[in-house]
Structures are given as C-alpha cells and as structure tokens.
Design a protein around this ligand. Structure first.
Ligand code: GLA
Length: 383
C-alpha cells in the first residue's frame, strides 16, 4: 500500500502506535446541499489528510492530542465544550461503538492533520472518519466503509449538532485517485467516473472568511426543504423524492422562502444528472457553465453564499482563463472551487489576489487540487 507522505513521516519518528488510519478532505463538483435532499452529489477526495494514531495506554483515561487543539483527557465519554469541543466528533464515534456493546480500552489518540480548517473542505468528516477507521482496527472489528461513514455522520448529528448528509463522510473514506464519486443519496450507492483534464485544472480559492456562527443556518435549510417537500407530497402523492418534483409543482408552496429553497434543489438535481455525461465526454466548457449556474442558485435561491465568495466567482466569470467556479461546501464563506486553464491562470490569480486584498483587506489563499485515494489504515507492528 502507498501511504500518504505524512504517514511515512509519523512512522519514521514514532513506530510504537498500535494503529494509524487516515481519511481525506473533499471537493464537490456539483450537487451542493443535495445529499440530504435525496439527489446526486459528485465529490472527490483530495490530498489533504487527517491521521489518527492510537496506542493502548494501560491507564484509566483516554488521552486526545492534536496538532491544532488543546489536549483532552477523560475517563469516560462525556461531551466537551469550548476549546475542548473538537473531541466531540471522536466521542460520538466511541459512543456509537459502545452502544453496540463494544468495550473500548484506554488509549492515547494523536490527531495530525493537513486539512485547512473552516475552508469548507470537510475537515470534521476527515477527523471523525479517520478516527472511526482507526478505532475499528484498534478494536479488531470489520465494518464496511459505508457503515463507518454512517457512524461518523451520527457523531456529527448527535455530538456536533449538524444535521449533515452523508456526502462528506463517503468521500472522506471511499474516494479514489483521479475519480469523481457519483453518489446516489437515495440509496447511498457510489459509482466512480474518471476525470481527465489535460489543459485545465481545479483550484480552490479560500475566501478566508467563515460567517456561520453556529450550525443553525445549515439545519434551517434542511428543515425548509423537508417542509417544502411535505407540502408538495400532500398534493402529489406519487412523488417519492425531490427527483420526482418538477418546477410547476412548487406553486402549492405558500412560503416564498421555502419555495426558493426547493427550486434550487430541483434545478441542482437536474444539473448533476446533466453533469455525468458532460464529464464523460470531457466537455470542460459545459461543466464550467454548470458550476456557474450552481453558484447562482446557491447565492440567489438557497442563500448560502456571501459577499466574498460571490465576488470571487463574479471576477472569475469575467476571465477567459476560468471555465467555471462556484462556492463549495455548506457555504457562508470557505472556498470557491474553480476550473481554470492549467498554464495560463497564474497571472489572473495574481490580479485577483490583489483586487481581493484591496476590497476586503483579506488574503486570498489558494490550493491546487489533487484527486487522491481517500483512506487507509496500517498496524505498524505487522506492517
Ligand atoms: C456540509 C455537509 C454535507 C453537505 C454539504 C453541502 O459539508 O456536511 O453533508 O450537505 O455541507 O453540500
């Protein structure tokens, strides 16, 4: 097995761990806010990894160390707050294993991560998924990656309060090198399609802002869609999911805000369905147009964009060196995913960085995207 270079570095400096497991950050080409609306999503796992290292400690406490957060030690599973809240993602996973009757020996847990935090790249899924994968190997269990993804999702719902879909955890564990996942969020089935770009590349432009102060805006979007769907279904009983809903059915929804949210969902599902053939035929121009259309919907109808990400996308839309761009992830800041000319974008990037700094007094960071195998695990004693 080929390990991420960070794993090799950790092993070189300390090989006494019982288990090392890793999971990835993700991008999402299209299908934003669609995983909990039973549509299709198109994520891919990328080069940023979170690694969980576990070692039985023979003490009476669990120790959690991180390169980004304060150390926490606990004798049992007890939700934490403030700066220690980062361990809740892990405690939720432990809770789920405990509920299944598994006893968890005390351990030292070290988390090392290269995933940018607050950038909308699913750092929390990478954390909980790498931990779930490490823990199941530590406990010598044999759950599938899909089951582990669901455990990590449960943890996010119950221990972090975000009623997220299953996209991030699926990509974080099941992504593959140079492949886009097409996830059917009704059945959770995953297919892979290769993405071959020769003259273009994906880059992430990090707005450097995160406006969402808590998770309520995300959970509210989910609730609005559920309410909208229930009204539609009460008038059209043959409708089983948003996939069966057409725009003219939206007339039965009285609340204008809910109507807008549902309009976005219907149109975004259509875009992801179109995108499959667009990617297969390598039609960069059409893929870029779908990305701009998604951004337009996320900004105007779903209202999860913000001034900074709107600005970045608008500026890219004026450039011949960018084929497409859109805000990515839950929204309210974070990253813009852009499809740009591989050789000619550098100058445009410098100009954009300067304009962004002048307008918002913020540094526009950027990350080149490498679509990479998502997860893995090793037991150093038998490696
Ligand atoms: C967050 C959630 C995902 C998904 C995206 C938006 O990343 O964790 O489940 O809903 O937002 O597409």
């Amino acid at each position: 097995m080929k390990y991420p270079s960070l794993v090799s570095d950790i092993l070189r400096s300390n090989s006494s761990y019982d288990v090392l497991a890793w999971a990835s950050a993700r991008i999402n080409l299209l299908g934003e806010h669609i995983d909990y609306n039973q549509g299709y999503v198109m994520p891919a796992s990328i080069q940023f990894k979170t690694i969980t290292c576990l070692k039985k400690n023979g003490k009476n406490e669990y120790y959690f160390f991180s390169d980004h957060h304060p150390t926490v030690h606990l004798s049992g599973i007890k939700k934490q707050s403030h700066e220690k809240a980062w361990v809740n993602y892990l405690l939720g996973v432990m809770d789920k294993f405990s509920q299944a009757g598994v006893s968890i020996p005390y351990f030292d847990c070290t988390i090392i991560s290269t995933v940018p935090v607050g950038a909308g790249l699913s750092s929390s899924a990478a954390l909980s998924c790498s931990f779930a994968l490490a823990l199941q190997n530590f406990l010598k269990l044999n759950l599938s990656l899909e089951e582990l993804a669901k455990i990590a999702q449960w943890s996010e719902h119950e221990y972090a309060g975000v009623k997220c879909g299953l996209m991030d955890q699926t990509a974080s564990l099941q992504g593959k090198h140079s492949q886009i996942l097409i996830m059917d969020c009704l059945t959770n089935k995953v297919e892979y399609i290769p993405i071959q770009l020769s003259k273009e590349k994906f880059i992430l432009l990090d707005s450097g802002v995160k406006h969402m102060l808590d998770n309520s805006a995300y959970n509210k979007r989910r609730q609005s869609c559920e309410e909208g769907f229930n009204s539609i279904r009460s008038h059209f009983p043959n409708v089983h999911s948003f996939r069966d809903v057409s725009l003219n059915m939206l007339d039965v929804i009285q609340n204008e805000e809910i109507k807008k949210r549902c309009q976005f969902v219907i149109q975004e599902i259509e875009r992801t369905q179109l995108a499959v053939s667009v990617i297969k035929s390598n039609n960069v121009k059409a893929l870029g147009s779908l990305m701009y259309a998604t951004h337009h919907g996320l900004s105007g109808l779903y209202e999860v964009s913000c001034e900074e990400t709107d600005y970045i996308v608008d500026e890219l839309n004026k450039l011949p060196t960018a084929a497409g761009a859109r805000m990515m992830g839950a929204g309210f800041g974070g990253c813009v995913l852009a499809l740009v000319k591989a050789d000619d974008f550098e100058h445009s990037l410098h100009v954009l960085e300067k304009k962004y700094r002048d307008k918002f007094a913020l540094k526009l960071k950027h990350y080149e995207v490498t679509i990479d195998d998502a997860s893995g695990c090793i037991l150093p004693s038998i490696a």
